[in-house]
Ligand binder design. Sequence first.
Ligand code: F0G
Length: 460
Amino acid sequence: MQKYALPPYKIKMVEPISLIGKDERVKRLKEAGYNPFRLRSEDVYIDLLTDSGTGAMSHFQWAALMQGDESYAGSRSYYRLEKVVKDITGYNYILPAHQGRGAEQVVIPELVVHDNMCFISNIHFDTTRAHVEIAGARAIDCVIPECFEISKYHPFKGNFDLKKLEQIILEKEAKNIAGIIMTITNNSAGGQPVSMENMRAVNVIAKKYGITLLIDGARYAENSFFIKKREAGYENKTIREIAKEVFDLADIFLMSAKKDGLVNIGGIIAIKDNFELFQKCQTNIVPKEGFPTYGGLAGRDMDALAVGLQEALEESYLAYRIDEVRYLGDLLREAGIPIQYPTGGHAVFVDCGEIAPHIPFDQFPAQAVSNALYIEGGIRPVEIGSLLLGRDPDTRKNIKADKEFMRLTIPRRTYTMEHLRYVAECLISVYKNRKDLKGLEFTYESPILRHFTAEFKPVE
Ligand code: F0G
């Protein structure tokens, strides 16, 4: 029995990458204002910034691109995508969008029907939160506390805190809840899965109070795989059957298809049976994304997506995918590096608050470790901590994150275990020299979404 699953594909096309010299990396990082977001990808050897739109397509998908029907309205490509999404979800109404946030900007405002409304999620992803706030509502997170006990095993750290969920509904009153959003997997806490049992309980609560239930399902296939592996009663079901059972529980499915759609661009809106809402979204999508049968995508994009959605439900693909993440996590843990454990679906989250306790939160320990990893090995991670959180809009003070995470995000079907072993070796070397890490102070900071463009200098 293999310790880690084997890859169910071989390599047919390669994209050369190269590691520039260490002096060069030091120079490039300085030019980038000590912010990996500002690096050029040609100066990066292994890019672990995101798993979004960075994966490799299969030869079936490349072949499907050639079938793209570039008609403005009613293209064959749309109908092929519609059929696949209907088959997977069982939902009636399907609209494409250019990516996840495109889907959000079409649907979320339609659910905010009066003032003082809020959404409740296990944890809202950043863009989801932004669209909730732009629509004039508030975003409340409601994940189980075990989510933040990073070294303690829990099979479903993405679960809703059910007691708290009901308390919030009673406190705010059901009429003021615009929707409950199940983020599967729960990206912001380490791609942590949500169990079927928990989703079923959320569904019962939503029904009891008449609240719309949404799935933010960028990584729904990975979540389904975890259910199969970790939840009793699902071991003999197919990933597709499990996913269908999940969709049966909700009313709306929003998807950034750049993850489990296995494409470089794309998004999906699927509505189970609310025809009135579908009509509103159909109207809303035109000025925002495009005509309802293309929604910001080329016909060829929709064809690649129709194939990718099906490939992402193959168990052999998911087994290797999830094991790549687990493999990297195991190597780091064996070296004593603190990570969110167990590893989730798409990334290893490293606790840099613990690695560099001498760096105050507002000098961004996870950004310091990320920069050191770039210098060490040309690897680009991303900070998910106090830098990302930003400032309190009223006091302008830096908000302190629960955890100063560095996310090592693994693109799909892109890197081999060999690449990941190298990543682990480089991070272990940074970890050994952790006392030398220095905090960062701003030389430029934009008023919102500062992490993308900020520039720093090391604190001496
Ligand atoms: N929802 C979740 C759970 C996500 O992780 C993302 C994107 C989105 C929605 C928005 O989708 O990027 O296609 O517009 N996550 C990426 C990431 C950007 O790096 O985690 P999008």
